[in-house]
Design a protein around this ligand. Structure first.
Ligand code: ADP
Ligand code: MG
Length: 321
């Protein structure tokens, strides 16, 4: 058994003339959360559909749970669960009925089904509303039920396609903690999202999908350290002090606006200490300082050159005569 839950190399997919995935590679270690980050139309759902055997690739080597997806899609299905952006819950049934239905599809015995359903209702805080029709559920409750139904078959890998799009902040947080619980229970999570904060919050590894390729990947830390934008900002009481400070700091080439100096740094403690040490040795008082480290926003803009064009392209196609 390999340590990879999902291995993708050279994944290509086109719809007609439209190349959606133009050679995508990534590797998801077992027991981790992997976030595929990208704007609308980037190909996130296409990737999930292919890995979960709902759609086929044009080219590429794909392994999920150690199984060759293109050769043995049926075996793959035994290991995975998929929950989509649009919950696949039957609104005419109650929460408990939805779960029992899926337990039936998995051929669980009556007793196993009951304990499984009760356990999931409890775990997803749905016991109180178990006998209410899903049509009366809030968006957050419906997503929880959707996720619960996907766990009936004890999958080792769960695909979550934009699990929090359209949810209010509180439901998003609930969803995040459920995802964390799943990981703690040993499940591998493949998540797609348009939200940088969600990827930052949940994912061990992030890959940024743009223009049909992975534009960058790594941990949030690795990604943010690799882009420019970090700096140390030093404020001084007046322009005279700032002028003296600028002279003292010529070796680190600060930029200046009025009483503020800015020194580029990736945020390393050694840099900060060096700068403060120079000022202290010259007896220059710093009034206040702030360290700005690049965030995933900076990464996204740096790697994709601004708001992704695909949005505009789709829009232009949509409004073209
Ligand atoms: N079945 C399909 N037929 C034709 N084009 C499709 C189909 N599915 C997706 N697309 C196109 O592929 C691109 C990527 O779609 P998708 O994977 O849904 O993106 P995302 O999930 O990142 O928003 C979009 O431009 C979309 O219009
Ligand atoms: Mg999508």
């Amino acid at each position: 058994m390999s340590d990879s839950a999902i291995q993708v190399s050279g994944l290509h997919k086109r719809y007609g003339e439209h190349v959606v995935l133009g050679g995508v590679d990534f590797d998801v270690p077992a027991g981790t959360v992997f976030a595929l980050l990208g704007p609308n139309g980037a190909g996130k759902t296409t990737t999930v559909s292919i890995l979960s055997t709902l759609d086929t690739a044009d080219a590429g080597t794909l392994r999920v749970a150690g199984v060759d997806v293109r050769r043995n899609p049926r075996d793959v299905r035994r290991h995975i669960a998929v929950t989509g952006q649009f919950a696949a819950v039957d609104n005419t049934l109650t929460g408990a009925e939805n779960l029992r239905l899926i337990a039936g599809l998995h051929h669980l015995s009556r007793r196993d089904a009951r304990s499984k359903v009760d356990g999931l209702l409890d775990r997803f805080a749905l016991t109180d509303v178990a006998d209410r029709r899903a049509s009366t559920y809030s968006g957050g409750m419906r997503r929880r039920l959707d996720l619960a139904t996907s766990l009936v078959g004890d999958p080792s890998i769960v695909f979550l396609d934009e699990p929090t799009t359209g949810l209010d902040p509180r439901s998003r947080r609930e969803m995040w903690s459920l995802v964390r619980e799943l990981v703690d229970a040993g499940v591998t999570i493949f998540l797609t999202t348009q939200y940088l904060d969600e990827a930052d919050r949940l994912a061990d590894h992030i890959a940024i999908l743009d223009g049909g390729r992975i534009a960058g990947s790594g941990t949030a830390d690795e990604l943010t350290r690799a882009v420019p934008g970090g700096h140390l900002e030093l404020r001084f009481t007046d322009t005279d002090v700032a002028t003296r400070a600028a002279l003292v700091l010529t070796s680190v080439a600060p930029s200046r606006t009025d009483t503020t100096l800015r020194v580029d740094t990736d945020g390393a403690v050694r840099d900060v200490r060096h700068v403060l040490g120079l000022l202290e040795a010259a007896d220059v008082d710093v009034e206040s300082m702030a360290l700005h480290t690049p965030d995933l926003d900076d990464v996204f803009f740096s790697l994709t050159g601004g708001r992704p064009a695909s949005d505009t392209r789709d829009l232009q196609e949509a409004i073209a005569p």
